[in-house]
Design a protein around this ligand. Sequence first.
Ligand code: NAD
Length: 449
Amino acid sequence: MNSDVIIIGAGPGGYETAVYAAKKGLSVTLFEQRKAGGTCLHEGCIPTKCLCRSAEIADTITDCDTWGFHVSAPTIDFRRIMERKNEVVAQLTSGIEFLLKHKLITYISERAELFDAHTVISESGEKYTAAHILIATGSTAKRPPIEGCDLPGVLTSTEMLDIDHIPQKLCIIGAGVIGLEFASIFRSFGSTVTMLEYAKEILPNFDSDISKRLKQVLSKRGIEFYNQAAVESIERSGAQLLVHYTHKGKECSTEADIVLIAVGRSPRVESIGLDNAGIRYSPKGIETDDTLRTNIPGIYAIGDVNGHCMLAHAASFQGRKVIDHILGIDNRIKLDIIPAAVFTRPEAGMVGLTEEECKQRGVPFTVKKTLFRANGKAISMGEPNGLCKLIADENGKIIGAHIFGAHAADLVQEVSALMNRETTVAQLKEMIHAHPTLSEILQECAREF
Ligand code: NAD
């Protein structure tokens, strides 16, 4: 069978690109070995956001006296929490299935791999050809070579989203985005949470002021952090797991009923026939250029599998870029302006360069900060703990924003839009922001320049 475009993998990269390509008049064959939606919908963004919402409600009920309500101690129905999460995932899955019913999309629920540089073969042995092939196979959770890592009860985020009880003691290895989100959620559900992180700071790639504040607030909520901790082994001890680690040269161990491994994700480059087509790749992902082209003409790699930026929105916009490139459409998608967020309580959000990156790259910059506690809306909401940092270059152009506090993930989007239009802090100062809103924090920050 022949189509204009073949896409392998129907995560946010694959399915959104398929729909976009079809709307532009291209015929698409889309392969998916599981349900459409990928990691984001089935074991990432969406299910965790459902749990985040339940965690937020748990915190609100716990603090209800502050808000003028007196209720007796709530009981948590974890089964209902997970049921609701599954309902949300099912609803969104059927939404995607509906979108894929486009007359130009042939959706094939099968595993597929490259047969050669022009052909894809499905699990059932059918061959498909297209002038353009997009690989969008995503990533899988890493399991480090630690003794005991495969014991029952040692889970990755995938299995963690299917547990049937709230762990009493949760030990999380890796204080990156995934580890921190789960720590925040399960702390709100009452788990004792211990985090073991190899690096000196938590949350790599985020501004260090933000990650320090986040650590402070999460520590106050009772989460225990051990940085510079090297996990040596995990063993079962009765009903518990014992995690052995060295912390600043000292041998230590901690008990847990569940251990979550959150030490990063690996691009899914195995078993997709990359060698059959002569595509260059490494464990870090498929090599691509700025237009997401691999070394083989006509074959592209988008999303987690190319290892550039493991975020759902990065994948879908990379796909859009590829389709526009194929069609010769001039597009100005700036793949270097990708907002990112951590959905802890409170949230952290970022876009653009950090101070550390400016220094490393020799970019002259000015940074200004404002605090949430000066903002009327934040105080009314009972969310005074937060920090906003704006970074501008020597001409005043905004080149980065780093926000910690309530709704940081949404707030950072305004800066992302401004950066796409190369806005300066002077221009931001003149843009009217509604009162009382959290967005005034950004304007206050601009006024500091
Ligand atoms: P990560 O790279 O963000 O963090 C992994 C952490 O594990 C790092 O801090 C690292 O130092 C630490 N680590 C590595 N090996 C270790 C070891 N042996 N012992 C202790 N610590 C160790 O990876 P992640 O949190 O697993 O997330 C994977 C990807 O998924 C990331 O690219 C992330 O951006 C993406 N993601 C994004 C979101 C979001 O946008 N909200 C949510 C979840 C995941």
